[in-house]
Ligand binder design. Structure first.
Ligand code: SAM
Ligand code: SF4
Length: 329
């Protein structure tokens, strides 16, 4: 049997996305309901449990980690987990996706623990639209957090925006200009059916529309020379050499054929797809004192069950029971 995580379609999995909490200090409409019961603390994997899962995963070929949530900076002492994970040999790449609200307080400790790359979600530069999308205030605090993260030395800093038709299309151009002027990489994500509010295709602003808008208002885009075809984002540079844009076209151009990702939820379940309807329980194996080989077996079993692709674009699509905040984005 292969020591690597290869599924029935020949896809090799080297990328583990780790959710450290389902809690969040925002309530983005496309991600989670306004009222929600969070997991009891004892259900969350401890940092030591996460590090053990990662050690076993590294033995199976995992070499890319992303910390996410919920809001990962809501998990206390996250820098301690970063330090534990950077110490696991074989993990060449650790990154973090955050809403940025607590970056001003934590950027320095995270950098010192070994983190270098962050993605910060920012859908708008207008306070009223920020409130509409996140059901909270905090835009100013995020902008301060971005400045602090840059001063501390994080590079690259990518800004992620979900574009919802009728809400924030008008932010596409200002966000691109803001990122070009301030040394951030801008990424747009097509709105996916994984939140709590009813999703319709009509609300998705498609990749080609986003590109047309940027090219007509800001400048011509050319494919980035270092573009990695396994990355979910299509990457472009501005022809004038100033700035980059990525577009994650999960709906209009699904990247399932190249998928190399597996997810660990905050409560210790493995998911082989964001849209998977089934999860494989790792926590019970960890907590009954299971061996590393048993943990490896759970990884293999989860990957063996992976479907060919998500079915967002078909009538067969069934939305997973958990919403994005509880899966890990
Ligand atoms: N709280 C952190 C944040 O917002 O960056 C990390 C978790 S969040 C679930 C990860 C990413 O998922 C964010 O960039 C968010 O915009 C994206 N996301 C959430 N719901 C989405 C949806 N329905 N469609 C597309 N992207 C979504
Ligand atoms: Fe929280 Fe991130 Fe979901 Fe927004 S997208 S509610 S910040 S987990």
């Amino acid at each position: 049997m292969s020591a690597r995580l290869i599924d029935g379609f020949g896809r090799v999995h080297n990328n583990l996305r780790i959710s450290v909490t389902d809690r969040c200090n925002l309530r983005c409409t496309y991600c989670m309901p306004e009222e929600v019961a969070f997991l009891p603390r004892e259900e969350l994997l401890t940092f030591e449990e996460i590090a053990r899962v990662v050690r076993v995963g590294v033995g199976l070929g995992i070499d890319k980690l992303r910390l996410t949530g919920g809001e990962p900076l809501m998990r206390r002492h996250l820098d301690r987990l970063v330090a534990l994970l950077t110490a696991v040999t074989g993990t060449r790449d650790i990154s973090l996706t955050t809403n940025g609200l607590l970056l001003n307080e934590q950027a320095e400790a995270l950098y010192h623990a070994g983190l270098r790359r962050i993605n910060v979600s920012l859908d708008t530069l207008r306070p009223e639209i920020f409130r509409q999308l996140t059901r909270r205030d905090g835009l100013k605090q995020i902008l301060t957090g971005l400045e602090v993260a840059q001063e501390v030395g994080f590079h690259p800093i990518k800004l992620n925006a979900v574009v919802v038709r009728g809400v924030n299309e008008a932010d596409i151009v200002p966000l691109v200009r803001f990122s070009r002027e301030n040394g951030f990489e801008m990424r747009f994500i097509e709105y996916m059916p994984i939140g709590a509010e009813p999703w319709e295709r009509a609300k998705v602003v498609f990749a080609h529309e986003i590109m047309e808008c940027i090219e007509s208002e800001v400048g011509a885009l050319i494919p980035a020379p270092d573009y990695d075809p396994r990355s979910p984002a299509m990457e472009f540079c501005f022809a004038d050499g100033r700035g980059r844009v990525g577009i994650i076209a999960s709906v209009s151009r699904p990247f399932c054929r190249q998928c190399n990702r597996i997810r660990l939820t905050a409560d210790g379940k493995l998911r082989n797809c964001l849209f998977a309807l089934e999860e494989t329980d790792l926590k019970s194996v960890l907590r009954r004192g299971g061996s590393d080989e048993e943990i490896a077996e759970v990884f293999r079993a989860n990957i063996a069950d992976k479907w060919e692709g998500h079915e967002i674009n078909t009538a067969r699509f069934v939305k997973p029971l958990r919403t994005m905040h509880a899966i890990g984005g």
